[in-house]
Write a protein that binds this ligand. Structure first.
Ligand SMILES: Cc1ncc(COP(=O)(O)O)c(C=O)c1O
Length: 425
């Protein structure tokens, strides 16, 4: 992407999304379609990338492509200078097909299928391990290929009192007590340990978790160097808030201080600090646009997509779903429509999320019951939404759904996956 294009991208403002949504809805209506669709506005990704650079000038982002994986996002982030975090062979292939150099990719999944690992090793990617058995797998596979593998040791995050909110530590991360056996395995398997990584959980609700985990990462770093490994990469993972803005600024101020405290001396010596932000980069870039296909009764409506489709976030990302302020799309004049949409969203928005909905029982909320189109009775969305006066044929937008939303959809019951449309830059 040339500089001129980048420059013009910078000047895209939020209204472009609203105008685009309205035009696309009008096109759908004209074509007799009530299918849901996604709208992706890449200018939002540029804003986020710029904010990252301002707040973390010395930490290179390796975008966690799992958050939203499509060619325009990959190509944009590559052009801006991002690296990529991949978890599977298909993600690696996607990123390579966008012209990304292998040295700008990290294969960040601690548990790998051998077929995926082989390709990653052939490309020379750094991978991640947290147990001796995987280190042996990497070593054996690399030996068969005649290559020397490099790995980061993924350590368990120090969650403290926030432990109940995070799930990642149940699945991934080495305990400090295993540093000896991990070192021994790496030496035996001829695997070069070149750094330490962690992932605090997604999303992370406390910057302190980064601080405490960085202290632990430094213990690991020193112990591994003592074992004879030469470390050069510190990977602080993802988990940065999808909201961006002031919250992100606060996180970055804290994390920069924590980094200085724990790693300042060796950062001065030139180690590389990288991160794997996913949701931070893309949450604000995508809006789900859906239509009301039927009315079940007063204040109870069926949408053209649901928890098995574009709104799977309701289950997988309840925080993001709760924070979303859906609004009815007003097809009057653009200004009026946008204004009313935003007012409906912000003023009446989401009162209770999916969790509350479940706790309180479907249909008992005073707000709106919104059902997905499948035959499954659990295909119901956040009954607490209070969008006034919907009727069959209306269109509703769910903004800020860019992280994981379009990645976890299925076509259960034969409903088409919502198409992704891109706002022209
Ligand atoms: C290893 C790893 N890195 C990065 C991420 C991205 O996290 P987030 O989207 O919260 O930034 C994830 C997602 O869970 C992950 O598992």
């Amino acid at each position: 992407m040339d500089l001129e294009t980048k420059e013009s991208m910078k000047h895209c403002d939020g209204n472009a999304t609203d105008e685009f949504i309205k035009t696309e809805v009008q096109k759908s209506i004209a074509a007799g379609s009530s299918d849901s669709f996604w709208v992706t506005d890449l200018s939002r990704v540029i804003e986020r990338y710029q904010q990252w650079q301002e707040c973390f000038p010395t930490i290179r982002p390796f975008y966690a492509v799992k958050a939203q994986n499509n060619a325009p996002i990959r190509m944009l982030l590559k052009s801006l200078g991002s690296g990529f975090d991949c978890a599977s062979l298909n993600e690696i292939r996607d990123v390579i097909s966008s012209g990304v150099n292998p040295e700008d990719i990290i294969y960040a999944h601690p548990y790998k299928q051998v077929s995926h690992l082989k390709e990653a090793l052939k490309l020379g990617l750094i991978s991640v391990c947290d147990v001796p058995s995987e280190i042996f797998k990497v070593g054996k596979t690399a030996e068969e290929l005649g290559v020397r593998p490099r790995v980061l040791i993924r350590i368990i995050p120090v969650l403290g009192e926030t432990v109940d909110k995070f799930h990642m530590n149940a699945k991934f991360g080495a305990q400090y007590e295993t540093v000896g056996e991990i070192s021994k395995a790496a030496k035996e398997a001829r695997v070069d340990i070149v750094g330490v990584s962690f992932h605090v959980g997604s999303p992370c609700h406390s910057s302190k978790v980064y601080g405490d985990t960085l202290i632990m990462a430094r213990r690991w770093w020193d112990a591994l160097e003592e074992e004879g490994f030469s470390l050069s990469v510190l990977d602080i993972g993802g988990g940065f808030p999808g909201e961006g803005g002031e919250l992100f600024k606060q996180y970055s101020r804290d994390i920069n201080l924590f980094l200085q405290k724990s790693f300042g001396d060796i950062i001065m010596e030139g180690i590389r600090v990288i991160a794997e932000p996913g949701r931070f980069m893309v949450t604000s870039s995508q809006t789900l646009v859906t239509s009301v296909i039927a009315s079940k009764g007063p204040r109870s409506f069926v949408l053209s997509t649901g928890v098995y489709g574009g709104l799977s976030n309701t289950i997988f990302e309840p925080d993001q779903a709760r924070a979303c302020k859906p609004y009815k799309i007003n097809l009057g004049s653009i200004d009026e429509g946008v204004k009313q949409g935003h007012e409906n969203g912000h003023v009446n928005g989401l009162r209770n999320g999916h969790t509350n909905g479940h706790e309180n029982g479907y249909g008992k909320e005073k707000g709106l019951a919104l059902w997905g189109p499948t035959c499954d009775g659990t295909d119901v969305l956040m009954p607490g939404y209070t969008i006034p006066d919907l009727e069959t044929g209306d269109w509703v937008a769910f903004p800020n759904q860019g992280a994981y939303g379009s990645m976890t959809m299925s076509s259960f019951n034969g409903f088409d996956l919502p198409e992704i449309k891109f706002v022209k830059l």
